[in-house]
Ligand binder design. Structure first.
Ligand SMILES: Cc1ncc(C[n+]2csc(CCOP(=O)(O)OP(=O)(O)O)c2C)c(N)n1
Length: 365
């Protein structure tokens, strides 16, 4: 009886722009300067948006929200490889990628203000709405990709999720289905190393998350998730394969969440300041700026001008979002799930109505 090896695998790691902004000339993709500058614009805007949202949340003008701080490069680098007719299925920390695709600041703000309007994004953007159930979006993405395959439309779907999502059944079902049917989908795992307080080491015994793909019959790769160029190159290869009918790819973007999980979290309770500082030095936004400066595409005065322009854009968006929020009826939150409200929700609706009445009469006084 033979005893032989039936499967063997290896997982590649890709970095093109290192933490000191040194670039590997052999691997550096040839991207036009205006695109490089747009990447900088959207990463900078995302960082400023995070700061502004944090202040709004502290002032009670915005709900709890998850920060993108430290993770601005990964999703943006990956979506650079997409066409406008491809589908984006985001998680909740992909603001840079969504803004790049054309989503407005106002829509992002309305979403985190908890308004229905914030979840209705322009259909032509081809972005699915933000999921709250961890990992569920991977299944939606495979559905979208299979629809494109059946229609023979040539579109691909890119889905984003965290390291924590890889422990969910949904993720494994999605990978299995996508592998079997060779769905044109790119799974992008944004491995920020924590699922709230659970570290990556407690998610899985596997050495990489990318290797999960091997079991489902498609390739996986690990990239430096703070390196826009590596994310782009890996995504470009994955998109090419998907469009050629060669099926899915899993890209693991290795990054770090520099901020709290959400505004309701205190990360000092489960990770050290030393660890955080190591990752501060790998900041994707600073790294990109240095890359542009070294290429002679950017200067300090341009940076100051850009920040001024973006802050004005942000202020205008906050004004618009708050004006729309003021018109909204908070009781609508009870309207769109049940045709007939069950008794406990009916009681909550009554309470909410009384609270709203009390608020408006006290503001009239
Ligand atoms: C099915 C499900 N379980 C638990 C939660 C609560 N929850 C919200 S975010 C989160 C952590 C997700 O971690 P990860 O997938 O790594 O993404 P990250 O937040 O780090 O970006 C959890 C457990 C949820 N929303 N859905």
């Amino acid at each position: 009886m033979p005893r032989k090896q039936l499967a063997q695998f290896s997982v590649e790691y890709l970095q093109i722009l290192d933490e000191n902004a040194n670039v590997d000339r052999e691997l550096e993709p040839d991207l036009p300067s205006d695109l490089l500058l747009r990447v900088h614009r959207y990463m900078t805007l995302t960082r400023l948006l995070d700061r502004r949202m944090h202040i709004l949340q502290q002032q009670g003008r915005l709900g709890t929200f998850p920060s993108c701080y430290g993770q601005e490069a990964a999703a943006l680098g990956c979506v650079l490889a997409l066409r406008a007719d491809d589908w984006i299925v985001p998680c909740y920390r992909e603001n840079a990628a969504l803004l790049y695709r054309g989503l407005s600041l106002k829509h992002i703000l309305l979403y985190w203000m908890g308004l229905e309007e914030g979840a209705f994004w322009p259909r032509e953007l081809r972005i699915l709405s933000i999921p709250i159930l961890v990992g569920s979006q991977t299944l939606h993405a495979v559905g979208v990709a299979l629809a494109s395959q059946i229609r023979n439309s040539g579109e691909v779907t890119m889905v984003f999720f965290g390291d924590g999502a890889t422990s969910e059944g949904d993720f494994h079902e999605a990978c299995n289905l996508a592998g079997v049917y060779q769905a044109p989908v790119i799974f992008v795992c944004i491995n920020n190393q924590y699922a709230i307080s659970v570290p990556r080491s407690l998610q899985t015994r596997s050495e990489t998350l990318a290797q999960k793909a091997i079991a489902y019959g498609f390739p996986g790769i690990v990239v430096d998730g703070n390196d826009v160029l590596a994310c782009y190159v890996a995504a470009r290869e994955a998109v090419y394969r998907a469009r050629q009918g060669q099926g899915p790819t899993l890209i693991e973007c290795l990054t770090y969440r520099l901020g709290p999980h959400t505004t309701a979290d205190d990360p000092r309770r489960y990770r050290s300041e030393e660890e955080r500082q190591i990752w501060e030095k790998r900041d994707p936004v600073k790294r990109w700026r240095l890359y542009l400066e070294r290429r002679g595409l950017w200067s300090e005065s341009q940076q100051a001008e850009l920040e001024q322009e973006l802050l004005a854009e942000l202020e205008a968006a906050v004004g618009q979002a708050e004006a729309e929020a003021a018109q909204a009826d908070p009781l609508e939150m009870f309207d769109f799930v049940f045709a007939e409200l069950p008794p406990d929700l009916l009681a909550q609706r009554r309470q909410a109505a009384e609270f709203a009445d009390a608020l408006s009469s006290s503001s009239r006084r």
